[in-house]
Design a binder for this molecule. Structure first.
Ligand SMILES: Nc1ncnc2c1ncn2[C@@H]1O[C@H](COP(=O)(O)OP(=O)(O)OP(=O)(O)O)[C@@H](O)[C@H]1O
Ligand SMILES: [Mg+2]
Length: 285
């Protein structure tokens, strides 16, 4: 009776209901499962609330500046060419930020519901990495961070989506450069292992506190959020997307870090099964 009352409360949206775990064995087992279920629903509910709060906050921040600076143009406050240019630049950058965020959210939603278009081709990871390394070398140089690429030549091909894999390593390199002060080093290394490819992105940057490490792949999770907000440095979706893409390739991603010494991300991607090689080779790009 108590249980059916509690179930009714949960159905009505009160997720804090628990039932006493006593009585005959069978009832007790049922009560324990019931309480576990209620606890899990409460956690999911909370995660969803946090998610909505994060999204709204992250969308509102750039919107506020877009409104403010366009208002300044309309009111003639930013009337000389230089101020108008400055205001337009900010509006442009903030709109770009919102755009990226919406794209990232869509990617996450698509991956999680299994609707992300992922091609499966024989991918030469080495070529993907080389291209990313070159495109991010400018950013590293501007920041005074040394970028080393060490891509071994005998890498097996893997089955996957080259563009999505590019997204993975762009995110990791971008993070590494972002969190490494001038004078530091970022190294990207790719080597063959017996069952695939291991790519490591290592930096000599600020590192991640041990307490934050387990949560680093969660959506919107950022170490010291308040400090990052000022830097306008992303919204904390990069690693969540990265992990999802790696896992949908059958791979794994791990992180190790020491404060003040640096961080290393290790991605393993399984190699193309031999019988798939000929099928996919015909579709190779
Ligand atoms: N190489 C690194 N060194 C130190 N901290 C890192 C490193 N990579 C990630 N982090 C921490 O993990 C957090 C989450 O990273 P993630 O890539 O998901 O988000 P972001 O870079 O803040 O934003 P986004 O990638 O969405 O633009 C970062 O905010 C940062 O605190
Ligand atoms: Mg990032």
């Amino acid at each position: 009776q108590q249980m059916s009352r509690a179930a009714k409360c949960i159905a009505d949206g009160d997720f804090n209901q628990r039932v006493p775990e006593n009585g005959p064995q069978e009832v007790r087992t049922l009560a324990i499962s019931f309480n576990e279920m209620a606890a899990r629903v409460a956690v999911m509910q909370q995660a969803q609330r946090d998610f909505l709060a994060n999204v709204s906050h992250d969308l509102r921040t750039p919107l506020t500046s877009i409104q403010g600076f366009s208002q300044a143009i309309m009111d003639g406050v930013a009337s000389d060419p230089a101020s108008a240019q400055h205001a337009a630049q900010i509006i442009h950058d903030e709109a770009g930020r919102m755009h990226r965020m919406v794209e990232d959210l869509l990617d996450l939603a698509r991956i999680e519901s299994g609707r992300l278009d992922m091609t499966r081709r024989a991918v030469r990871v080495g070529d993907v990495l080389q291209a990313i390394g070159e495109s991010l070398s400018v950013k590293a140089r501007d920041k005074g961070v040394g970028l080393e690429l060490n891509i071994l030549s005998d890498l097996p091909r893997i089955a996957g989506d080259g563009d999505r894999l590019a997204q993975v390593f762009t995110n990791l390199l971008d993070n590494a450069i972002k969190h490494t002060p001038s004078g530091g080093r970022v190294a990207l290394r790719a080597e063959a292992v017996h069952n695939g490819v291991v790519v490591t992105v290592r930096d000599t940057g600020e590192g991640i506190p041990a307490a934050d490490l387990p949560r680093i792949f969660e959506r919107f999770y950022q170490v010291d959020k308040s400090r990052q907000r000022d830097h306008r440095s992303g919204i904390g979706l990069g690693l969540a997307i990265t992990k999802q893409i790696v896992e949908s390739h059958g791979g794994t991603i791990q992180v190790a870090s020491a404060i003040g010494e640096g961080t290393i991300f290790t991605v393993w991607l399984p190699m193309l099964a031999p019988d798939m090689t000929t099928i996919l080779a015909r579709r190779e790009r």
